[in-house]
Write a protein that binds this ligand. Structure first.
Ligand code: PGA
Length: 236
């Protein structure tokens, strides 16, 4: 079974020395056949980690939708790609909470693809939407999936917001049902989706999520900050 395990370090750690230690430990994980491991450190660490761990597959946590030019503080896909980065997380709920819209996400996906980065597009409902029931969740996810205009292969991370960083992971069977629905919906639009699950994954629950082929991998937050835990997930 072909799996993609993505570590999202978010805004951690705060020193380059700690980042290099973590990256080296994760680069040393024995990865089973058929599994691909991607590490997404803060942007400032991409280059030194690239130098220290040439074989580690890297992703960014965001990408600017803006082209090269007078845009202070932006980092575009071209810069990221030229550092030897392969993937870009786009539309994480933590960025959406800072004001990123579906339109922004759509523009970032286009910008990433144009530079040759592979987007990992995050979608997921909050607790209030979940409480409204399955139809409300589907309507919400459909609106978020509307940002994806690509044809062909896409990677979606289904991350229910109420499960992120809470220790309250989704029920694996429920996550698999949602993943299947997302793939079918995108299939109807002409896309072939790999759907990852994210939200409080641990070495203890990872195998249950990966047991259903509808879930093509995991987007791992907190557990990716500990190389032993991350290795446990990679080998789940
Ligand atoms: P978590 O984060 O594993 O810490 O819940 C997942 C994510 O936000 O990508």
């Amino acid at each position: 079974m072909n799996r993609l395990i993505v570590g999202n370090w978010k805004h951690n750690p705060v020193t380059l020395a700690d980042a290099l230690t973590l990256a080296k430990a994760e680069a040393a994980i024995a990865v089973p056949e058929g599994t691909t491991v991607v590490v997404c450190p803060p942007e400032a660490y991409l280059e030194p980690i690239r130098e220290a761990c040439p074989d580690l597959i890297l992703g960014s946590q965001d990408v600017s939708a803006l082209p090269q030019g007078p845009f202070t503080g932006e980092t575009g896909g071209d810069i990221i790609k030229n550092l030897g980065v392969t993937y870009a997380i786009i539309g994480h709920s933590e960025r959406r909470a800072m004001g990123e819209t579906d339109e922004d996400v759509a523009a970032k996906i286009m910008a990433a693809v144009a530079t040759g980065l592979t987007p990992i597009v995050c979608i997921g409902e909050d607790a209030e939407t979940k409480a409204l029931g399955e139809e409300a969740v589907k309507t919400h996810l459909q609106a978020q999936l509307g940002s994806i205009q690509e044809q062909g292969d896409v990677i979606i991370a289904y991350e229910p917001i109420w499960a992120i960083g809470t220790g309250n992971a989704d029920d694996p069977a429920n996550a698999a049902t949602t993943a299947k629905w997302i793939a079918e919906y995108l299939g109807y639009l002409g896309m072939k989706a790999r759907v990852l699950y994210g939200g409080s994954t641990t070495p203890d629950n990872a195998a249950a999520f990966l047991a259903d082929p509808a879930i093509g991998g995991l987007l791992v937050g907190g557990s990716s900050l500990d190389a032993t835990k991350f290795a446990g997930i990679v080998n789940a």
